[in-house]
Design a protein around this ligand. Structure first.
Ligand code: BES
Ligand code: ZN
Ligand code: ZN
Length: 504
């Protein structure tokens, strides 16, 4: 985790010892091309002898969404620099704007500044805790790097201290509490990112299993069981083991359980994550550059582990279980091949027609296991289909559900989390696409269309009508370009949505 320090200060902004003082501001609603000069800006402008206003006007800075103005303060006030972050129009403002603009700003100042003082936008949302929450998480996520394999690390200046300025007379301790709480969220997302970004020869099923065990070891409310190949075989997880057959890297079935100390709730939420630690495609080997990012195929599992890493501190009032069938999808003389039939944990048979559609086959067992463990609700995360990326692009996850109430709750949580999702239908008439001549279901659909829906319908065969939400995160789990809130690589998608759900 980052060694960043967050503090609250009640000093006047002009007296704060920091490399940069950041203030948010809106664009004027009516007049075009003008910044809203709020009281804070006006006050600081006085100390700067009118230079702030002057320079903003000269540069034509309007406070447009994502625009940034900055100037040196030349000793007129204690902060060495001042920056204004444009939020666009106040009437259109939502929390996501704060996350995005903060992320971009932090990216732009990192490596140049060590300490930053921030004045949160005032008079926007009712709940100033929400503002603080978004900014804390954005600062941490924008600052994230995966640089353990770089051997040449130049002596960079790293952002290490963040001060939030609070008016005198207001109480500090609730805000400090909020900061610690928000940091749990980013910590969980960072863990998920690190797991996805780690090289596949290190982030093996064993590695994920040891992590799960260590999470359980640290808490009296969490327990963990790991089943190896022999045990999973005895239990009847033949779908999962069919995919694992080619690999000399041992598969692990990971089961985590959180039970609250006291609870009257009968709810048991299952979190199921696709855990393919590397997807070569198997015998249907992936062509060319389609394989290069396939260490990310365990992003669903990473999401589940990220959530469990902080669940004891979030303390939901109901049980939560986590199920991960972890294995790479490799190639050997012992590979599963097209035409093979495997029996899943729930007794249904699957005809393998393409070994690259391996995720749904392993999840047949992890979903069935969740049902058998008494899950009353199931949410799964899987980098399941390239077709989801074709349909919704790299930023939006495809979501499916067999239950309207659960779907609505999950959508609300995703919106609050700033994670973009879009629901696609579990179209019954498309079930015929997954028909097999020789088994109960085939692992790829016939024809070229609706690949994402067909994969979701396949998974539905294994949830036994339990209220269920499926996320196909093939797009947003791994970024191929960097953005304000993440570099190229694992994004930690799903973690924040689930954590929000655990708090309702
Ligand atoms: N892990 C891939 C899906 C994927 C593709 C994730 C691109 C992220 C980016 C999955 O196992 C897969 O290979 N799916 C196939 C299914 C097909 C053979 C029916 C696909 O999408 O091409
Ligand atoms: Zn695949
Ligand atoms: Zn895959």
């Amino acid at each position: 985790m980052t060694s960043m320090q967050f503090e609250i200060s009640q000093k006047a902004p002009q007296d704060i010892n920091s490399d940069i003082l950041a203030i948010y501001s809106f664009q004027d609603e009516e007049k075009k091309a003008e910044l809203v000069w709020n009281d804070t800006l006006l006050q600081i402008d006085k100390y700067l002898n009118g230079q702030l206003l002057n320079n903003c006007l000269n540069e034509g800075f309007q406070g447009k969404w994502g625009s940034i103005f900055s100037m040196f303060t030349l000793g007129m006030i204690i902060p060495k620099k001042i920056a204004i972050i444009g939020l666009g129009k106040k009437s259109e403002f939502v929390l996501e704007d704060l996350r995005q603009t903060t992320g971009q700003f932090i990216k732009s100042i990192n490596k140049k500044n060590k300490t930053i003082a921030i004045i949160l936008p005032s008079g926007t949302l009712e709940n100033s805790k929400e503002l603080l929450d978004s900014v804390v998480q954005s600062v941490e996520l924008a600052n994230y790097e995966f640089d353990k394999y770089h051997t040449q690390k130049d002596e960079q200046i790293k952002l290490s201290n963040v001060l939030f300025i609070l008016e005198k007379g207001k109480e500090i301790s609730p805000l400090n509490k909020q900061i610690s709480h928000s940091r749990l969220y980013s910590q969980a997302a960072v863990l998920a990112r690190n797991l996805v970004n780690e090289q596949p020869t290190i982030a093996t099923p064993h590695y994920l299993a040891e992590l799960a065990k260590s999470i359980a070891k640290d808490s009296t409310e969490i327990s963990c069981k790991v089943f190896d190949r022999v045990q999973a075989e005895k239990m009847g997880m033949h779908a999962f083991l069919g995919i694992a057959r080619a690999s000399t890297i041992e598969p692990k079935f990971i089961f985590l359980e959180y039970k609250p100390k006291v609870s009257k709730s009968k709810k048991k939420l299952a979190l199921v994550g696709k855990g393919i630690t590397f997807d070569s495609g198997g015998i249907n080997v992936k062509p060319g550059n389609h394989m290069q990012d396939m260490k990310m195929d365990m992003a669903g599992a990473a999401c589940v582990l990220g959530v469990f890493s902080v669940i004891a501190e979030i303390k939901p009032g109901f049980s939560v279980i986590g199920c991960i069938a972890a294995t790479p999808n490799l190639i050997s003389g012992n590979s599963i091949v097209p035409g093979d039939v495997v029996k899943a944990y729930n007794g249904k048979t699957i005809e393998i027609l393409n070994t690259d559609a391996e995720g749904r086959v392993t999840m047949a067992d992890s979903l069935s296991y969740a049902v058998e463990q008494g899950a009353t609700e199931i949410i799964d995360f899987a980098t399941l289909t390239g077709a989801a990326v074709v349909a919704l692009g790299t930023d939006i996850a495809a979501m499916f559900s067999n239950n309207k109430d659960l779907a609505q709750k999950v959508k609300t949580a995703a919106y609050e989390a700033g994670e973009k999702v879009w629901e696609l239908p579990l179209e019954k008439t498309y079930k015929k696409l997954n028909k097999s001549e020789v088994a109960d279901v085939a692992n790829i659909p016939s024809g070229h269309y609706a690949g994402t829906i067909a994969a979701a319908l396949f998974l539905q065969e294994f949830v036994d009508d339990k209220p269920w939400v499926h996320f196909d995160i093939a797009g947003p789990a791994f970024a191929d370009t960097s953005s304000g809130l993440h570099p190229k690589g694992g994004t930690g998608f799903g973690v924040t949505t689930v954590l929000k759900l655990l708090e309702v």
